[in-house]
Design a protein around this ligand. Structure first.
Ligand code: G16
Length: 559
């Protein structure tokens, strides 16, 4: 690194001193904390993003969002060249620079890292980072800090895409790195045209029997509601009403996280909505859940969560694959059985995992965090991943898509309009509609809608695919959440010593009981998940384990 570069870094780092006495760590999806603590971290992540761009010779994304967290929090997510999450190999560097006490030590860490990673400025194209933010009031200032971090690397370009959903930014990074246009209009265009293609391939006259035609969407008072309101004008064959578009408080009694965890209707929904198909997005629109309001039940809902979305997608894809592989002619068409697999976490309802296995699918469990699920799903020809909280997508391998395109071409020439040709067309359209960079509530919603119409299913019919085991999730505030260390895809707590035995003793009291604890990577809490055969039992198991957590690690406030 030459002197000019060194002094540029030192000067700009001096403008963003880290907060005193705070240790930030790269969590489930980047750094997340109270917005007032984040300027220096975001500035430093800007530097990291520029270095990542230099290293890979590709465009990198940087998104300012705290997704489902309360409005006073904010955070930063990085998109790698594929559009997926930042490679996990760079997370320790992110941690180290976020916590460097002063500009000199920051510069030293950067110099060493560049040497180890063989990153230099010579002979490389300049770094470029695409920036986006959600609607949080703190977003603008943090985005400015990120820009300054990026441009403190000589020659680096920071391109601001303004207010976008997280999945839009990831999609744009992927698109640009594949030589395509990266803009909001190209995103809307790809989604709406593949949606239209799937609608045109529905069996004649099919619609969601039993539901009103209208879909009512809770926009979480965030960026997703705003974007959907804009986007819905481009969608034909779908009637969407968007509520909570940004007039109320972001994520406050609204949004996918609230609806899924509390199992109640979001603000602005009530008895008048009984019978309607409803959906909820989270604060940055990377999660989606469906629900319907139950009559006379105190805002209670029938929740159709990420596990059910996964099951619906798996059902549909499996059906298209079996049409394609039916009978003879399979080999002549050059098409072979695809390796289809699904990925879940420990939060997946036990009934969903049983259902998917009964369908003959390979089910893999990973720890919480899209970065883990995505990586596993990419090992299949078609990998579908979903967290119960509604974050997920479908990945198609390049090799599979190449084969599918060739098959489709052959089918078009020998049997245009045949069931096989239509199945191939549908799979190709799904690969265009679904956001293969990251979970995306808007593209997921369109795929759900078109599959329901294809199947002729109402939300209730869909929800009947299997019956969820009653479950309960709780959060416990503790002194230090890093004291909990887990293993086996977070199903076992190996630290603090003895806590797992105590949890096991509680689980043993309930038939089909299942319970685990884990430190959140986005909030300063320990999460407790419990499942049992009745709601009372799931509630009691979760409460007793929350009490155990409090006794071992908390402030001793549990009853
Ligand atoms: C992020 C991650 C998700 C994860 C969620 C909760 O979502 O992308 O994979 O499930 O955090 O994580 P934790 O339980 O560790 O707090 P989002 O939508 O908040 O960005």
């Amino acid at each position: 690194m030459n002197e000019k570069q060194q002094s540029l870094l030192l000067e700009s780092a001096a403008r963003f001193p880290p907060p005193k006495g705070v240790k930030l760590s790269y969590g489930t999806a980047g750094f997340r904390a109270d917005a007032s603590l984040l300027e220096s971290t975001v500035f430093r992540v800007g530097i990291l993003a520029a270095l990542r761009s230099l290293k890979t010779g590709s465009l990198i994304g940087l998104m300012i969002t705290a997704s489902h967290n309360q409005v006073s929090d904010n955070g930063v997510k990085v998109a790698d060249p594929s559009g997926g999450m930042l490679t996990q190999d760079w997370e320790p560097f992110a941690d180290a620079i976020a916590n460097a006490p002063d500009p000199r030590s920051l510069l030293q860490l950067i110099t060493e890292f560049m040497k180890n990673e063989d990153i230099s400025f010579e002979g490389r194209q300049p770094a470029e980072v695409l920036l986006g933010r959600d609607t949080r009031p703190s977003g603008e200032a943090l985005l400015e800090a990120a820009k300054q971090g990026i441009t403190s690397i000589v020659g680096a370009i920071a391109t601001d895409m303004g207010v976008v959903t997280t999945p839009q930014l990831h999609w744009m990074v992927r698109a640009r790195n594949r030589g395509m246009e990266a803009s909001e209009s190209s995103y809307f265009h790809q989604l709406s045209s593949s949606f239209r293609c799937l609608m045109d391939l529905k069996p004649e006259g099919s619609r969601n029997h039993g539901d009103d035609d209208k879909l009512v969407v809770d926009g979480a008072d965030g960026v997703g509601g705003e974007k959907l309101q804009q986007f819905k004008k481009m969608l034909t064959g779908l009637c969407i009403e968007v509520r909570n578009q940004g007039d109320g408080m972001l994520n406050e009694g609204v949004g996918a996280d609230y609806v899924q965890k509390e199992k109640v209707a979001p603000r602005g929904f009530g008895p008048a909505d009984v019978g309607l198909r409803c959906a909820s997005l989270d604060g940055d629109a990377d999660r989606l859940v469906y629900f319907s309001v139950i009559l006379n039940k105190n805002n209670k809902i029938e929740l159709v969560d990420g596990d059910k979305i996964l099951s619906l997608f798996a059902f549909f894809i499996k059906e298209q694959l079996s049409i394609l592989n039916e009978g003879e002619g399979k080999k002549e068409n050059g098409f072979y059985q695809a390796h289809l697999g699904v990925v879940q976490t420990a939060y997946a309802n036990g009934a969903s995992t049983d259902y998917l296995k009964e369908m003959g699918l390979e089910v893999v469990l990973t720890p919480t965090g899209v970065k883990y699920l995505h990586e596993k799903a990419a090992e299949f020809d078609i990998g579908i991943y979903f967290e119960a909280n509604g974050h997920g997508t479908i990945l198609f391998s390049e090799a599979f898509l190449c084969g599918l395109e060739a098959t489709h071409k052959t089918l078009l020439s020998i049997s245009e309009g045949s069931a096989k040709q239509k199945a191939a067309s549908r799979l190709l359209a799904v690969s265009q509609l679904i956001n293969q960079a990251v979970g995306d509530a808007l593209s997921g919603l369109l795929l759900v809608e078109v599959i329901l119409q294809y199947m002729g299913w109402s939300i209730h019919r869909w929800n009947e695919l299997y019956h969820d085991l009653p479950s309960r999730q709780l959060k416990v505030k503790v002194v230090d959440r890093t004291a909990v260390v887990t293993a086996n895809a977070e199903t076992v707590a190996v630290q603090p010593i003895g806590i797992q035995e105590a949890i096991n003793a509680e689980i043993a009291k309930y038939p089909r009981g299942r319970c685990f604890i884990r430190p959140s990577g986005t909030e300063d809490v320990i999460r407790v998940y419990a499942e049992a055969t009745t709601q009372d039992a799931a509630d009691a198991l979760a409460a007793s384990v929350a009490k155990l957590v409090d006794q071992h690690l908390g402030f001793g406030s549990a009853a």
